[in-house]
Design a protein around this ligand. Sequence first.
Ligand code: DX5
Ligand code: ZN
Length: 231
Amino acid sequence: MSQISPVIAPSILSADFAKLGDEVRAVLDAGADWIHFDVMDNHYVPNLTVGPLVCEAIRPHALKNGKPAMIDVHLMVEPVDRIVPDFAKAGANLISFHPEASTHVHRTLGLIKDNGCQAGLVLNPATPIQQLDHTLDQIDLVLLMSVNPGFGGQSFIPATLQKISQVRKVLDQYRETSGRSIRLEVDGGIKVDNIAAIAKAGADTFVAGSAIFGKLNYRDVIEAMRQEIAK
Ligand code: DX5
Ligand code: ZN
């Protein structure tokens, strides 16, 4: 378990897009912490979703106790840099990208920070964790993919648990030397019945799309997830 408070970040990929503002409000009212916003370009990943216009449209609906909730933008696009300022202007708080999709990872991280957002690096199931070397000072979050990116509703890849523990160690060591905490987010196939193991391995931030939006009562699922995390 990590030392920072757990965050549940529902992915709107599985929400009803015909009433997205309502869905965003409903899931935050039901106890979610952040909104996870999956951006796919039919190039880096074989699917096409939403862009800055939709981020801007949901921004006024993404409120928690009257204050802006975090919009956690997960970019599955290539190239990355062109679109970063657009998402910052559209109200994103945190922007994560896949290093394979950026020619100059250090430059892209700097660009995200220069645009006033927190920055995250996303590791695919087969991307080695050494990819984090030389980036820790620039990042606020590591996002570990527990499915291959591109689609909601896939099954959690069990080998991710070991990878979470390995990254947890790296981040704990970094906190000891720097005094700075970096979040460890996991994305893909997270359900009530596996979230305890994911938390135990060391994740503190949990993306769940189909597990939440696929159910009638969002509050029940989110509460059940929190209970499992606390186990
Ligand atoms: C996959 C996306 C995920 C996905 C999560 O490329 O990054 O955020 O939508 O959906 P579930 O929870 O259904 O796996
Ligand atoms: Zn995602």
